[in-house]
Design a protein around this ligand. Structure first.
Ligand SMILES: Cc1ncc(COP(=O)(O)O)c(C=O)c1O
Length: 388
């Protein structure tokens, strides 16, 4: 009798504990907003925010093409572009080899009128360095003001060809050498050299590529992006091909660039190269950051993984930028717009059911005075048929 009542008491206690635990679990579950479950844990410093960028589906383009078109949002990096990855990788590698020591007056030189200078300026502040940027003296006011606000030393030089020692990339290299050659100067100087620096494509191979592969759960038919230094297409293209040789890697190339001909026909050539037609800027386009008429080390590291190239005109890029802004609320820069035009053309060629990933490298806010000054004037009701 006593044993039976003890067993019953024990059973009742277990049942009530199970009930209490179930209620607690329910309350905890209800307290959690399911939309917040994927928040990352806390991290230290702005440099911890580089990479691991989101990937979103572009609803309008998917709906209208029957393919699924996604964008890797590199503009979500802290200095606003994919170049944060490259700048951070170059800083870390130089720290490892002893060429940069934080808070020692060390200085990073780069020749750029674009995003890389902004990434170096921001990350240098965070990590204890100075940044010296050589750029053409006709660089837009908004970029110079941005670099100046970030505290970079800015040295405008006369626009010149890459063979001229005072061309901005060569000037940056020379300034770095002058500091390192001066025995009385205790500072170290590093010339970042993004076009030729091997760490550039490697950081995309080690981070951007694996992120895309994981986010897409290994289901990608095409990866499409433009080439400035070539680091992104080389690193991501190579990584994706190594995971699945059937992934197509496609170069999106602006008008005026010779790279599309190089990929499709083996010859670096653009019609603007014809005698008497060549203008002041090497690549004659409103699009900034991509397109080139020379082969860089980084592009060469990826060339054999690129299947084909799609040439996109400025007119198409402007219309696409306006279309995405109006239909999807995506306010993107010119290279992202070029990539999306190439994605739509590819989708229409391949037919419905394919998964396509492009890179959205930076925001439209970086392009207000040039590209977006034209795009903003276009009518809001542009259709996809108007673009491709
Ligand atoms: C806005 C923008 N998009 C795309 C690119 C191309 O990236 P990559 O240099 O890796 O070829 C760049 C490069 O500077 C850029 O500034």
């Amino acid at each position: 009798m006593t044993t039976t009542s003890s067993i019953l008491k024990l059973a009742a206690a277990v049942a009530s504990s199970v009930y209490v635990l179930a209620q607690v679990a329910k309350i905890v579950r209800q307290g959690q907003n399911p939309r917040l479950t994927k928040l990352p844990p806390t991290s230290r410093g702005v440099e911890s925010l580089v990479g691991n960028t989101p990937l979103i589906e572009i609803k309008s383009l998917s709906k209208l093409t029957g393919c699924r078109i996604y964008a890797k949002l590199e503009l979500c990096n802290p200095a606003g572009s994919a170049k944060d990855r490259v700048a951070l990788a170059i800083i870390r590698e130089n720290e490892k080899s002893g060429k940069l020591t934080p808070h020692h007056g060390d200085i990073i030189f780069e020749g750029t009128s674009g995003s890389t200078g902004i990434s170096f300026a921001l990350l240098s502040n965070a990590l204890g360095y100075h940044t010296h940027i050589c750029l053409p003296d006709d660089t837009s006011d908004e970029k110079i003001k941005l670099l100046a606000s970030l505290g970079a030393i800015i040295e405008p030089v006369k626009p010149a060809s890459i063979v001229d020692p005072e061309q901005y990339v060569n000037a940056a290299r020379a300034r770095a050498s002058a500091i390192n050659d001066d025995q009385s100067d205790p500072r170290n100087a590093v010339f970042a050299d993004q076009f030729e620096n091997d760490f550039n494509w490697r950081v995309h191979y080690n981070t951007t590529g694996p992120e895309i592969w994981t986010q897409m759960q290994g289901r990608i038919d095409c990866f499409i992006t433009g080439s400035g230094t070539g680091g992104t297409i080389a690193g991501v293209g190579r990584y994706l091909k190594e995971q699945d040789a059937s992934v197509r890697v496609i170069l999106a190339d602006p008008q005026g660039s010779g790279l599309a001909n190089r990929v499709n026909h083996g010859v670096m050539y653009d019609t603007v190269e014809k005698e008497g037609t060549r203008r002041r800027h090497q690549v004659d386009t409103l699009v900034e950051g991509i397109g080139l008429n020379r082969l860089t080390w980084n592009f060469q590291q990826g060339e054999k993984y690129i299947d084909s190239a799609v040439r996109v005109s400025d007119d198409q890029a402007l219309k696409m930028a306006r279309f995405l802004c109006e239909n999807d609320g995506l306010f993107w820069g010119s290279s992202a717009a070029i990539n999306c035009v190439a994605a739509v053309q590819t989708a229409l060629t391949l037919g419905p059911g394919h998964q396509i990933v492009v890179v959205a490298c930076d925001s439209g806010a970086r392009h207000l005075s040039k590209f977006w000054a034209h795009a903003a004037r276009l009518p809001a009701d542009i259709s996809l048929q108007d673009i491709v």
